[in-house]
Design a protein around this ligand. Structure first.
Ligand SMILES: *Cc1c(COP(=O)(O)O)cnc(C)c1O
Length: 230
């Protein structure tokens, strides 16, 4: 069942790449496994998936300990500064940097552990009250500040688009993120790249790929609905 879900998502990723004339190797599927038991992650791992996304530090750390070591873990949820120390050195990419304060702590912990942390800047592109992330206007200044910090490297942008029934409604938001990345890239800031655009979830990942996503974060489409009440 999970296997079929995954195959379905993978073929839709391929088709979206084809429509957009993009190389499928330029799009990474991150399996968002929050709330799901390690057995289900192992099943998806056995199908060849190596990138997993989690949004809670404690859950992430627990799963890292119980699953194979070659998994690349993505921290995609809001991150509190007091929890940064638990994940630095253990994750491939932190998608959710939304303040200079948080970046400072990531930098500090990375220096301590003698690692470089790769991060994305989270942008609240639709300016939804309920969501974390920087306003579009604040992104450049924030990145410029972070670029001066040791042992932290900005690799691109991340966004969580609004929940919509028709994914076409989010196309313009994805376009805006892509344009913002191009604008920032043109500034040629030292130590900053805009190679990664993490955008698109179960409801809208195909449109996101058409608009330039290099990482799509798919949870429900692979693992099924989440049950938070258990
Ligand atoms: C949960 C989550 C996802 C996956 O959402 P689905 O709609 O289940 O695919 C993607 N990104 C973030 C940041 C999330 O928290």
């Amino acid at each position: 069942m999970l296997k079929e879900n995954l195959k379905d998502v993978q073929s839709k990723v391929l088709e979206a790449c084809k429509r957009a004339n993009r190389n499928p190797q330029d799009v990474t599927l991150v399996a968002v496994s929050k709330t799901k038991p390690v057995e289900m992650l192992q099943e998806i791992y056995d199908c060849g998936i190596r990138n997993f996304g989690e949004n809670k530090v404690q859950e992430l750390v627990g799963k890292i300990e119980s699953l194979p070591k070659d998994i690349k873990w993505h921290m995609i949820g809001h991150l509190q500064t007091n929890k940064v120390k638990y994940i630095v050195g253990n994750v491939e990419l932190i998608h959710s940097v939304d303040s200079i304060h948080l970046a400072k702590e990531i930098s500090k912990q990375s220096v301590k552990k003698n690692v470089t942390s790769h991060v994305l800047i989270e942008v609240n592109i639709a300016e939804e009250e309920s969501k974390f992330g920087l306003k579009k206007e604040d992104v450049l200044n924030t990145i410029t500040e972070i670029s001066k910090m040791p042992n932290i490297k900005v690799d691109g942008l991340m966004t969580i688009a609004p929940y919509v029934v028709n994914p076409e409604e989010n196309r313009n938001f994805f376009r805006k993120i892509k344009q913002l990345a191009v604008d920032i890239s043109n500034q040629n800031i030292d130590n900053v790249s805009m190679n990664i655009l993490s955008m698109g979830m179960t409801g809208d990942y195909e449109v996101a790929i058409e608009e330039g996503a290099t990482i799509v974060r798919v949870g429900t489409g692979i693992f099924g609905e989440r049950n938070y009440k258990k």
